[in-house]
Every structure is written in C-alpha cells, then in structure tokens.
Design a protein around this ligand. Sequence first.
Ligand code: ADP
Ligand code: ZN
Length: 733
Amino acid sequence: MSSESSTSTPPFLAPGDRVAVLLPLPLAGAYDYRVGDEALGPGDIVMVPLGRREAIGVVWGRGGGDVAESRLRPVIRKLEAPPLPAASRALVDWVAGYTLAPAGAVLKMCVSVPSALEPARGQAMLRRCAAPPPFKETAARRRVLETAARLPPMAAADLAREAGTGPAVIKGLLEAGALECVEMPRPALFPPPDLSRPAALLSPDQRAAADALVAAVAGGFSVSLVDGVTGSGKTEVYFEALAAALAKGTQVLVLLPEIALSAQWLERFRQRFGVPPAEWHSELGDARRRDTWRAVARGEARVVVGARSALFLPYPRLGLIVVDEEHDQAFKQEEGVCYHARDMAVVRARLGSIPVVLASATPSLESVANVEAGRYRRLHLPDRHAGAVMPEIRAIDLRRHPPPRGRWLSPLLVNALEGALAAGEQGMLYLNRRGYAPLTLCRGCGHRLQCPHCTAWLVEHRSAGRLVCHHCGYHIRLPKKCPHCEAEDSFAACGPGVERIAEEAALLFPAARLAVMTSDTCSGPRAASEFVRAVAGGEIDLLVGTQIVAKGYHFPMLTVVGVVDADLGLEGGDLRAGERTHQLLSQVAGRAGRAERPGRVLLQTWQPEHPVIRALEGGDRDGFMAREAELRRDAAMPPFGRLAAVIVSGPDAGVLDGFAVRMARLAPRGGGIHVLGPAPAPMALLRGRHRRRFLVKAPRGTGLQALLRDWLAAMEPPSGVRVQVDVDPYSFF
Ligand code: ADP
Ligand code: ZN
C-alpha cells in the first residue's frame, strides 16, 4: 500500500482505562486522564479538564504516567472532528524530538483552528410544512408556498426573491407554522479536480521527468528532485504527478514559499484541473480557515497549496507532497518551533510512505548532496520551454562604470533599459531593500538614527513619511533637529532602497510607466495578483522591486533585468551567504526573456571577480555549488557536519550574561563537539531583549539532540530569560 489509509482499526481504550492526552500547549509531554463513558481511539480529539478550565487535547495513546489512580480526572467528552491521523501524530513526535520543541507546541500547529473541531453547522433553509395549522392566506403568501412546494429548501432571502415578495411575508409564514426551518449541509467548498482536462504537450525531457514522477506516485516513499532551469516547465511536469496521485484518490499537498504571491500558480492550477485548490496561509480569514481545516480533515479538499504550516494539516489520505522552490529560505521557520518545512516534508512523506517531489532551478546544497549520496533521485530539465533561450548575464564593474554622483544606476544599465523600453519591452530593477534609504545620519556630527529597541538602523520610508525599524516596527517622523548635536535639517539619507531607485528611474525615464513592488506596496494576495496582472498585461514598462519580484513570475515581455547591488548579501559570516545570493540572483535573472525575445541581465558589482558573480556570468552553477560543497566539507559545516544555535535572551543584560556564562561552563565537550560562545548576537538587542548566542558544532552522526537536551536540562533559566534552540539554523542574526 503506497498511500496512507485510515482503515486499520486502532486499539480502543475502554471506559475507565488510563489514556494519555497531548494538549496543544507548550508542555513537554502528554497528560494522563481516565476514559469516560465513551471508548476512545488514538487521535481522537477530546475535551479534558485542565486546572479549573476545559482544554482541547488529542488522544496520544495508552496512559502510562505516574499520577495516582485516585487523582486521575475523566475525559469530559469526545469531539465530533475526525481523529488526527496516525501520520500527523507521528510527525508531531518526530518534529518535537528533532527541534527540541515541546510536543504540545508542535501539536498546536496541527489543531491550529479550535473552532474547526466543533460540529459544522449547516445552513438554515426553509421548506413548506406538510400539515400546517390553519392560517390566513394572501396572494403573496400563496405565491411563497407554491414556490416552496416546487423548489428544494432554500434560504429565506432566496425564497423571497423567487416568490417576488419581501422578508416580512416569509417571516409571517414561519410564525404561522406554514413554513419550517431545516438544517441542510453546506455545499462542498472544494469540488474535486477535473482529471479529464488535457495536459500540456510535454517535450521529450519534460515527458521523461513526468513519467518518472508518475512512477514514483505508484510506489511508496521516495524523494525526487526536479532540477530545471527557470522556465523549463517544472510546474507542468509535477502537475502530471498531481494528476496521477489524484487519480488514485489521494490528497496532494503543494508547498510554495510565498503562497500570497502565487496568483499565477493558482491560475495555472485552475487551467489544468478546472477548479481552484484549497489555499492555506496566514492571510486566510477565520471562517475560511475553519472550513478549509475541516475539508482537509474529511478528505474533501483534494489539493492543498500552502505555506509551510500546511504540512501540519490533518490529511487522512495524503498521497504526494510537492515542495516548489525547495531552496527558498521562506521554508525555514525561525520563531516558536524552529523547523525547515522542506526537511519536515521529507519526514512526513517517509512517515506516510508516500513520494515527495522537490523542485528548483537552484537546488539547495543539502538536496544536491542528498542526490550525490544516492538518497534523492534527480530529474533534469536543461532547457527552457519552447526554445526560449537563457538570458545573457553580465557583470557591470562599478569601479570602471560608476553611476554619476548621488545616483545608483551605472550608464551601462541605463543604456540597456533605454534599449528595452524603446523596443516596447519591459525592464526590471531589483534591489532587496525596502524603503528609501537604509541609513540616515547627521551631516554635522555623524549621529545615526537607530531603533531604541533593536540593534538596527531606522530605515527611511519617504513615501510614508517616516523612519521604520524593520525588526520591531518602531517608527518616528524624521526629527527636525539632530538629537545628538541639535543641528537643524542636518540629516542625510545614505544608500539606496527601492523607493530611491524608483525616484532615479522616474527621472531617467519620465515617459515610462513605473511600478514599485515590495511588501509595502503590495501586501496580501489581492494586491499581489493585481500587480502581476498589470505587469503581465503590459500596463507597466519598468518594475522596481525587492525579492518579491523574483517569485517564479512569468512576464513574457520582460527582457532587461538590472540588479542594483549584486554584492548585497555577500558580506557577513553566514555560511550560506554565497549559496543564497547565487540562488536569489539566478531567480531574479530567470525573470528575463522567458518568451520569444531574449533576455539580458546586468549585475552591478564592486567585486566582479567574486565566485558568485563569476558563476552567474559563466552560467556555471554546478561548478560553483561543487566548490561551495568543498568548502563546507572542509569546515565540517552542514550538510557535512551538524549545527545548532542556542539563543538566550532577556530584558536585563547583566542577568542574561550571568546565565550565559554558567551555561558555557556546563557546555558539552569531547567527541568532536565544539560549543562556540556565548557571544553577543549580531542583533544584540531585538524588541527590547538582549541576546547572546551559542553555536554547537558536531560531527555528522552525533546524537546532537540528546546532547542539547541534557545540557539545557542541567540548568533553570532565571526569570525573564528565554532559551531558544534552532537545530540546523539558517540565519545567524
Ligand atoms: P518553471 O517552473 O520551470 O520556471 P514553468 O512551468 O513556469 O517553468 O513554465 C514556464 C512557462 O512555459 C509557463 O508559462 C508554462 O505554461 C510554459 N510551458 C512549460 N512547458 C510547457 C509545455 N509543455 N506546453 C506548453 N506550455 C509550457
Ligand atoms: Zn526595532
């Protein structure tokens, strides 16, 4: 059996038995209760007493705790929701064990919508009573009753409209007992995908990859990496795997890094399968969230497309997971439970004995290493679809071709954009920095405007008329006087953000229709899809944006892409800085020339000899990744060694440092384990909390979690101090 089934009979717990119930609260383990009058099975969702209140919990198994029999409290009742499937429960335990998060905190991600656990209420519909008591008849009343007799039950407003009357007539008939109210189930929210619609005609390479995925869908656990250049048709290819999994009657999960920005993806899905998929992301309203959770739990939502948290939905029949843009760091959650959704998707697939497909034009070093080790299978799409050629990528050496004073665009880049606009094509300027300027300083004394709560400069957002901290949201208006030397009107904006680039572009190309695309100007799915429609529809000539413009969009008329600062992101000691910059810039570059007209990409840089820039120019991704892998192997860094970050934070620096020093004394030693720190984090202050970091390095194969658990259990943090563990950290702020 290759896909999960919920038909196996679970061991039942009889009334009076001891039962372990896991509560979706940051508690380490399950609590014991006594089964009430109703037998229970694993995964059943129950209401239990907790102190003086009632709490939701999930039956985790037979109770085995040491609470005295006499002190056990009974389960209050079983809720109507379907039981949490075995694979979801196994995932909770696995993720908790791996990330060191309390199991209850992980469970909370599975039962994130408490209202969905209560019975779904139907719709109140009206129908004619079979034997009404005597009542006064009027022409309008007769019309309503005739209509009600002729048509199926319907809502009051619909009945009034059908009968050509007002709500008062309906109300009167209800009160007279001539109409009655019945509860009807709501229509299915997610109609099943239509599998009879034609697929795209695939190229031979695409066909081979699709066939391999379809074969994988017929088997058990496997990991396939679809490695194809931007525009090679990776989506079309994995749609074939979706179709195969759906034909088997299973559910499918597609993880996208930023679902709110995925309007084009959703539209393509609708084209291919005739219906929209169920979406799961933070922008969903409460009612929609509740209905979607229920539809997934009942197996009605056949395809879910979502952000990382969609992994924790209670699929009873999941048959395939796709992780698109698998290299994207948006899959890493850095707060609360720190987990990587790509890695946990692979775990979920293994636990459920189902296939998982990873797709990317720039696969992560981790996935490439797994291919080389024979753990993942690579399916290669070397060419763009329909003969579109890969864009030409050139560096602009800013030392030789600098922009004029006070400007940011090199004459070479301006020329290229001019050419594209003159030919009726589109241009794009990419800078991964929101706002107008990243730093504001006083010309008189050099004072820099900083956030009082964070180790961060305030970023000027000129269009909004304020300076903002991008970490905590603190904001002020630009002060009239320097708070340090009291000089008036002495502030200067240093460096560019997208707003400043847009200002320069408007000056250079006054006739061009310009748009700025950042999370400030297009927040939310509606704004994003409107933006994308306008660009794809040719209503925009020049697009200026942050990394959100790089998200897999297909803009056929876009031919020139300028990267304003290709060096941004290369500095700093982050072990993935090079890899990440290469991925991001490849993705940005991949927006150019996706249709008939060839594209050009220009990278403005102060270090054209940097390996990342060289690799982009030469199209030598594999060589670059091989060298990166070599460096990581030599340094025994992930994926060739293990890494965990431990961040301690607290409001009082003295208390925090005292604790950190004591922690350092108890740090694990020997066996090739190195604990670095405590060191002030680069963000030594964040939202008013001081932060210190430890980095734990260990050889592959070390039981890192056990080691960390013992270490952290050895001491109790003082009040106000928080300890956050991040296994496989991706950011080091
Ligand atoms: P990728 O995900 O690799 O960047 P896409 O799947 O987005 O590539 O494909 C790029 C464009 O080419 C899309 O507009 C897609 O609809 C089109 N395309 C790809 N393969 C085919 C095909 N076999 N037939 C028709 N259109 C295709
Ligand atoms: Zn701040």
